[in-house]
Design a protein around this ligand. Structure first.
Ligand code: AHR
Length: 510
């Protein structure tokens, strides 16, 4: 099977916002407790944070992290998590029927995020609470001093304000399962008023209003339309969430959910444009895809387990074990985010540790990288700069969720300063290799800098504590550069990251 593709230096989609490679972590299951934080663990630092987990996180170079939820935030009292730890109340977490001990709160998490080199993106509770508590939280976090909440923060040992710029106005407020679920217009009004208050405290705040919980919600896309009509001028992003699965064991259909996601993004972008036109607005609203991942292996089982349990503390929950097929899917989805980076500015893998996560950590034991860690890391490390258009001419397939799905899933980025083009490619064909020929025009030179690949595994193969590196990115040897073209053979079901020096030979990269 042959695929021809073309890239030109000046045919750009957008400058990629680094925050396209952000993450999400929630107070649920073992994400925080015995995930990032486990006092007494042999790898714990003086504050109780696990250094082994932290090292795996740091290697991802994550720009921003959304916290503390998720469904959890909609009944969360943020002030339960400040002040002396021994005085903090234990509460019922209504979202996950668990006990929340509040041993980690905003100040502990901020310390962890700072040490991991990640910017915080905080969510306020617009479910069980509202504007008043949201403004208090922002004042505690961002106001320098001289007021009740800012001085309380200082009394808690944090002299300087955190200066958090990204704020999420609640979570999945369209979902009937959400504590404090609301109708679109009611939520839109509340988001608008809360945005106003937050901006009064932090004028440069970037605010994310809740879109639909997914594109299968009965209220989608009227929800987006009505919510944006109420708050368009006061928000900067609208959120999208989507989780994926292959319950029917139909790999090609599973992969095509990436095309379906492209339609979802395009439709929400259309709603944004409609409201913008109707309001005669000048400002833009972008997309914040702040929850995405594969989530299906244990989803139904976990749903039943939650109903039966009796408010446990940090229970094992949503601990999906990811396979090779999931890694290929995640690679393709990240390609889609690059291809849509003109509209999607922020995206968060959901979640980061233990709970539907690229990193797993056993209580008292080892931490390891799941299969999906690798494509996420590749995109985060190398998918920065400008997204380039890739014109593709090659075979396609039809399936239940989409037609004309290309077997080769490809995206390209251009780091102008480093003079490097990176090509991310997935051969989704179940049996046939692809002979690929990518022409690169407009560049001064072309040299192969790096080829890494993930291939040759059974689709159901996984990593685990006994074999943490069974599936990983390894050096590839099946591509070459000749006469302004990148040529190579991509085996069936394989993922490739190819980095090309595009400066003048003998120049900076020569
Ligand atoms: O990430 C798990 C849950 O999925 C989040 O709490 C919620 O926002 C979504 O439904």
């Amino acid at each position: 099977m042959e695929v021809r593709a073309a890239v030109h230096r000046d045919f750009r989609i957008a400058t990629i916002d680094d925050r396209l490679y952000s993450a999400f972590i929630e107070h649920m299951g073992r994400a925080i407790y015995s995930g990032i934080y486990e006092p007494g663990h042999p790898e714990a630092d003086a504050s109780g944070f696990r250094k082994d987990v932290q090292a795996l996180v740091r290697d991802l170079d994550i720009p921003a992290i959304r916290y503390p939820g998720g469904n959890f935030v909609s009944a969360y009292r943020w002030e339960d998590g400040i002040g002396p730890v021994e005085e903090r109340p234990v509460r019922l977490d209504l979202a996950w029927r668990s006990k929340e001990t509040n041993r980690v709160g905003i100040n502990e998490f901020a310390q962890w995020a700072r040490e991991a080199g990640i910017e915080m993106m905080l969510a306020v509770n617009l479910g069980s609470r509202g504007l008043e508590d949201a403004r208090n939280f922002v004042e505690y976090v961002n106001h320098p001093s001289g007021t009740y909440w800012s001085d309380l923060r200082r009394a808690h040992g944090v002299e300087e304000p955190y200066g958090v710029r990204m704020w999420c106005l609640g979570n999945e407020m369209d979902g009937p399962w959400q504590i404090g679920h609301k109708e679109a217009r009611v939520y839109g009004r509340l988001a608008d008023e809360t945005a106003k208050a937050l901006r009064a405290i932090t004028p440069g705040a970037e605010l994310v209003v809740c879109g639909s919980s997914n594109d299968e919600m009965p209220t989608y896309p009227d929800w987006e339309h009505q919510v944006l009509e109420e708050c368009y001028e006061n928000v900067d992003y609208i959120s999208l969430h989507k989780y994926f699965g292959n319950n029917s064991r139909d790999t090609l259909n599973f992969f095509a959910k990436i095309e379906e996601t492209g339609r979802y993004i395009q439709s929400v972008a259309g709603v944004i444009d409609y409201v913008k036109a109707k309001k005669r607005a000048k400002k833009d609203v972008f997309i914040c895809f702040d929850e995405w991942n594969v989530w299906y292996h244990k989803r139904a089982e976990d749903k039943e387990r939650i109903k039966r349990w009796n408010w446990p503390e940090a229970p094992e929950l949503l601990e999906e074990t990811y396979n090779f097929e999931d890694a290929l899917f995640v690679a393709g989805l990240l390609n889609e985010f690059i291809r849509r980076s003109d509209r999607v500015k922020i995206a968060c893998i959901a979640q980061l540790v233990n709970v539907i996560a690229p990193i797993r950590a056993e209580r008292g034991g080892a931490a390891w990288r799941q299969t999906i860690y690798w494509p996420y890391q590749m995109a985060s490390l190398y998918g920065r700069g400008e997204a380039l258009r890739v014109a593709v001419d090659g075979p396609t397939y039809d399936c239940r969720v989409a037609d004309d799905v290309p077997y080769l899933d490809i995206a390209a980025t251009y780091d102008r300063a480093a003079e490097v083009v990176t090509v991310f490619a997935v051969n989704r064909h179940l049996h046939e290799p692809i002979d690929v020929n990518v022409s690169l025009t407009g560049f001064d030179g072309l040299g192969l800098r790096m080829h890494k690949t993930m291939q040759g595994h059974d689709l159901l193969e996984t990593n685990g504590p006994e074999a943490p590196d069974r599936i990983s990115m390894v050096p590839g040897a099946s591509v070459a550069v000749e006469d302004g073209h990148l040529r190579g053979k991509l085996p069936a079901l394989s993922y490739h990251v190819v980095r090309l020096d595009v400066g003048r030979p003998g120049g900076r990269n020569g």
